[in-house]
Design a binder for this molecule. Structure first.
Ligand code: GDP
Length: 540
């Protein structure tokens, strides 16, 4: 490439990165993720009337999806990527599955995100799934933006919610806006940055943008619009906040120590646009990533990206597989030829897809921070890097998250041995579930290790439907896994273990299964030389 072209590309990349923001929403089921997503799309102009995403979801259910199970259970198992424009930004929302039994895909999606939005139900505060996902964000040092939802319903005191976030998650909070009234009397929010009051009016079902009247805090009309009690309360809340709260600190936000907090109601659209506006102002743009050759800037002119998710049979008519790739550097162009770091092979990236919910649209180009879907003829595995250029590039692998459910998967029909082996291998490669084996050589059946019950069901369902094998499951009564970082020798020295099952992962590394955390601590107390980790060591 000529120097002139190179400079041109560099500038193009810098502009693209400057205008891209990418995030995933973390929440507990029912907090309002689907509703908020829909409203963000509404404000982003990607849909014109809210209800479209849900309708699409329902339509998907009706027309049968990549998995019959989605229909049967009425849940969305897969995560997709939504892209929309707002105020000159290209926003990528990496959607995570929102059902109770979440799976490793949820975790992996966070590996591809640059920012996280923590969505909280104002009446419930922090809930278990949010806490778990928060831990993953913390590990990845992602900036976290908090949206406290459902202010139109009776909820907990806003200050109490801030306190809960500070105490339980150890995050400093900064309220960017503050609710004016709650429940039936939720009138709007005060933008502390601009020092403006936003009063909203409800629209039918919140299907259109809410009317937003903006006025000064000292505008005499405000006293008339709000009743005296609300007016006084707003003033005293704000005084209190200014007195106790920390200053907004962008560096602390970017490092994941401080969370900007927004109050609103996704259903009635109150506070949604303000949230989007400030989120885009404060969020991290696509940044550097660690690789085998050090930290790489997104404007590095060669293309590179990594696979964070594989998905089979999204379209039952085609029975294909799609590899989801997060673009990290350079510019992706349709039909480009790349190197596959793990195998050293050359791969042509044909039929790339942009993903909007389940619709697939062919794309011509993509930039750092974007996600593309590629048809995967079996070459890609989770964590794989692809790149162009002469210099071999390999990103840090995506850690395997600590499974909490374990079960032997059995094939009662010996004539199906081959199909069984093939199915287990392919589902493992796809990342549908982690596969481990007993340390006892006599027990050859694979052990499925999952973070959610649904993963087991998915595996059994797909073994039957795609590989023709009826399997059975024998659950193991353990719920905590620890990798032994100092290996088999260290374990041998410890001798016999009680209340613990020794198994091995696919790389033949020792993993201990415990009934509970207490047993883990007990073992560590007795044998402080053991180095245990709840997350699998990364293999590059
Ligand atoms: P998800 O499971 O997190 O995707 O949650 P949904 O978006 O499906 O919302 C769960 C329920 O909460 C639905 O009945 C929504 O209509 C309701 N909901 C979502 N946002 C709000 C809100 O701001 N106010 C009220 N009152 N209800 C809401």
């Amino acid at each position: 490439m000529s120097t002139e072209l190179q400079t041109q590309l560099q500038t193009e990349l810098e502009i693209a990165v400057e205008h891209r923001r990418n995030f995933a929403i973390i929440s507990h089921p029912d907090a309002g993720k689907t509703t908020l997503t829909e409203k963000l799309l509404l404000y982003g102009g990607a849909i014109h009337e809210a209800g479209a995403v849900k309708a699409r979801r329902d339509q998907r259910k009706a027309t049968s999806d990549w998995m019959e199970m989605e229909k049967q259970r009425g849940i969305s198992i897969t995560s997709t990527v939504l892209q929309f424009g707002y105020q000159g930004f290209q926003v990528n929302l990496l959607d995570t599955p929102g059902h109770q039994d979440f799976s490793e895909d949820t975790y992996r999606t966070l590996a591809a995100a640059d920012n996280a939005v923590m969505l909280i139900d104002a009446a419930k505060g922090l809930e278990p799934q949010t806490r778990k996902l928060f831990e993953v964000c913390k590990l990845r040092e992602l900036p976290i933006f908090t949206f406290v939802n459902k202010l139109d319903r009776p909820g907990r005191e806003p200050l109490e919610l801030l306190d809960e976030i500070e105490q339980e998650l150890g995050l400093q909070t900064y309220a960017v806006n503050w609710p004016i009234g709650t429940g039936d009397r939720f009138k709007g929010v005060f933008d502390r940055h601009q020092q403006k009051v936003h009063l909203f009016e409800r629209t039918a079902h919140g299907s259109r943008e809410a009317t937003d009247t903006v006025m000064d805090l000292h505008d005499p009309r405000l006293k008339q619009i709000l009743d005296k009690e609300l007016f006084d309360q707003l003033h005293s809340d704000l005084e209190l906040l200014d007195g106790v709260a920390s200053e907004l600190d962008l560096e602390a936000i970017h490092a994941g120590y401080m969370t900007p907090v927004f109050f609103g109601s996704a259903m009635t659209n109150f506070g949604v646009e303000l949230f989007l506006h400030y989120f885009l102002e404060y969020a991290l743009k696509p940044g550097n990533r660690n690789s085998n050759v050090g930290s790489i800037d997104p404007s590095y002119p060669e293309f590179s990206g990594f696979v964070f998710k594989l998905q089979a049979n999204m379209d039952p008519k085609h029975r294909d597989r799609v590899a989801f790739i997060r673009v990290c550097t350079g510019k992706f162009e349709k039909d480009m030829t790349v190197s596959h770091a793990r195998t050293g092979k050359t791969v042509r990236l044909s039929r790339p897809q942009k993903l909007f919910a389940q619709d697939r649209e062919s794309i011509e180009e993509a930039y750092p921070g974007d996600v593309i879907g590629l048809n995967n003829p079996g070459v890609f595995a989770i964590g794989d890097t692809i790149y162009t250029g002469m210099k071999k590039l390999e990103y840090e692998g995506i850690p395997c998250f600590s499974p909490e459910l374990f079960a032997f998967l059995r094939n009662p029909n010996p004539s199906k041995f081959k199909q069984f082996q093939k199915g287990v291998k392919e589902l493992q490669e796809e990342g549908a579930v982690q596969i481990m084996y007993s340390a006892d050589e006599a027990k050859r059946d694979p052990i499925l290790a999952a973070v959610g019950q649904l993963q087991f069901e998915v595996v059994m369902f797909r073994m039957k439907n795609e590989y023709g094998v009826e399997t059975t499951l024998e659950p193991l009564g353990y719920s905590v896994a620890r990798w032994v970082l100092n290996g088999w020798d260290a374990l041998d020295k410890v001798g016999r273990l009680f209340n613990t099952l020794v198994i091995k992962d696919l790389w033949n590394r020792p993993v201990l299964l415990f009934k509970n955390e207490w047993n883990v601590n007990q073992l560590l107390e007795d044998h402080p030389s053991l180095k245990l980790s709840s997350i699998a060591p990364i293999t590059i």
